[in-house]
Design a protein around this ligand. Structure first.
Ligand code: HEC
Ligand code: HEC
Length: 90
């Protein structure tokens, strides 16, 4: 027969486990939908749709470097691999 004390502890662990699962679930549930701007489908960007990601990314800086035509904002997240975040549109 199990000690009543040990039983209580098992119950406590089970409750803690459920709380942690619930927390993770809520966290994922609350995660915002993907809102990052997609790669524009215009004259300036259309040629990149036919390239491999890594190849295309070599050209982004031509216009999006700090002193370029369309510099990135100061708050822009780390910009390694542009097309992982700015996905191509369908
Ligand atoms: C020839 C210049 C040029 C190059 C090269 C270029 N862009 Fe752009 N990009 C622009 C201009 C101009 C705009 C702003 C107007 C527009 O949306 O076309 C822009 C806007 C954007 C936007 C913002 C769209 C929005 O809705 O706010 C993203 C994202 C972007 N470019 C990503 C890229 C990526 C990724 C690459 C490399 C694969 C790239 N650009 C290469 C000129 C360029
Ligand atoms: C880690 C994800 C990520 C990467 C990598 C990334 N971006 Fe962004 N980019 C964002 C977010 C987030 C925004 C601002 C919100 C939005 O676009 O809706 C943004 C905004 C932009 C804008 C609009 C102007 C601005 O600064 O707000 C342009 C243009 C742009 N990115 C181009 C690029 C280029 C070019 C690269 C590669 C050199 C790149 N991004 C890499 C996430 C990313």
């Amino acid at each position: 027969m199990t000690e009543p004390k040990a039983k209580n502890r098992t119950l406590l662990y089970n409750i803690l486990f459920l709380l942690v699962c619930g927390g993770i679930f809520l966290f994922l549930w609350e995660a915002p939908p993907e809102t990052t701007a997609k790669l524009p489908r215009d004259a300036k960007h259309l040629k990149f749709y036919d390239m491999k990601k890594k190849e295309a990314e070599q050209y982004c800086q031509e216009c999006h470097r700090p002193d370029g035509e369309v510099p990135l904002s100061k708050e822009h997240p780390p910009k390694y691999r542009c097309l992982f975040c700015h996905k191509k549109q369908q």
